[in-house]
Unconditional design. Sequence first.
Length: 381
Amino acid sequence: MAKKVAVIGAGVSGLSSIKCCVDEDLEPTCFERSDDIGGLWKFTESSKDGMTRVYKSLVTNVCKEMSCYSDFPFHEDYPNFMNHEKFWDYLQEFAEHFDLLKYIQFKTTVCSITKRPDFSETGQWDVVTETEGKQNRAVFDAVMVCTGHFLNPHLPLEAFPEPLKSLCTKKIFLYKQVFPLNLERATLAIIGLIGLKGSILSGTELQARWVTRVFKGLCKIPPSQKLMMEATEKEQLIKRGVFKDTSKDKFDYIAYMDDIAACIGTKPSIPLLFLKDPRLAWEVFFGPCTPYQYRLMGPGKWDGARNAILTQWDRTLKPLKTRIVPDSSKPASMSHYLKAWGAPVLLASLLLICKSSLFLKLVRDKLQDRMSPYLVSLWRG
Ligand SMILES: Cc1cc2nc3c(=O)[nH]c(=O)nc-3n(C[C@H](O)[C@H](O)[C@H](O)COP(=O)(O)OP(=O)(O)OC[C@H]3O[C@@H](n4cnc5c(N)ncnc54)[C@H](O)[C@@H]3O)c2cc1C
């Protein structure tokens, strides 16, 4: 029987999580508290529900080829950096293309997730949801938390009174920013709680691909006790000043993507690629690290990945060519020549007239200078 997975949130991370569950033959149910997909990309004039959303003039800050789902490139006509409406359209197209909407229960808030009494054997969770004031409880084999991290304001620790400060400093360690270390069963994952020096969308998609394979038992993560021990040791060394605390730093995009891809078995092997397909290898190695690279081999391989990589510059240049250029094969009309040559000819004529009038003035002045002594003597005489 397929494992039941609760996906919380239908934003960028939630949508890819649903798709990854489907790809791995898991059975997803997504709970979204608002009435639409897209999370913070769903623009509203007012924020009545208290949710952080995009502002009216927002334009994406990562270009479309670097910030797309790895098997669903943006249409070539989309601008490279787009306003939030266009980006939301893309999310809608993605959800429709892969038929994801049927898995989402809108206007449903997840109130709590608690371990079942037999959690250490089953790894199962009790999930309590609320839809229009009505509560519901269901058992899930695994949970993907995709609730975003812009929901609440990030306040400095000094903003809290002393007794609360100690609570706030309580840290939860996440293995590769995804799996809580203190769980004896890896059946809960946090998707999208990461600062990346690059596209969050591509990063969260790869996280979701890895997580669903861990849920299925096809990828393994080290045992909880070992990870906890390592984390505690590291924490001690940070306190003693041996290591710098980098937990709040943004992760390097390529290093993080390669790391997660290696866990799944989808990190492209460049030497092998150079032997098999030099043209593609060249583009992968020297070109931008677009997400299609992680669909070239291994689980979740996509046949369109090669073509998507080889045409990525065409899709980048397409929106820069919006001016309609007349067909050069047709003979040009008289008006075309007039338009093309009219302005330069007019300018040249004006310059000539101007120059010749200056020349005439110069000649006249010179003549006047030469004639004036004779005129004076004539006058005197
Ligand atoms: C202003 C701004 C600009 C950005 N620009 C870019 C950019 O250009 N490129 C880029 O890659 N990234 C950008 N980001 C990063 C952004 O975080 C990601 O693009 C992405 O939106 C994260 O998606 P998410 O699904 O993780 O979270 P969210 O979009 O926050 O979605 C979370 C979803 O979970 C739902 N939810 C929350 N709690 C519950 C609950 N208890 N029960 C049910 N549902 C719940 C919410 O309603 C929401 O729909 C930007 C972020 C901001 C704030």
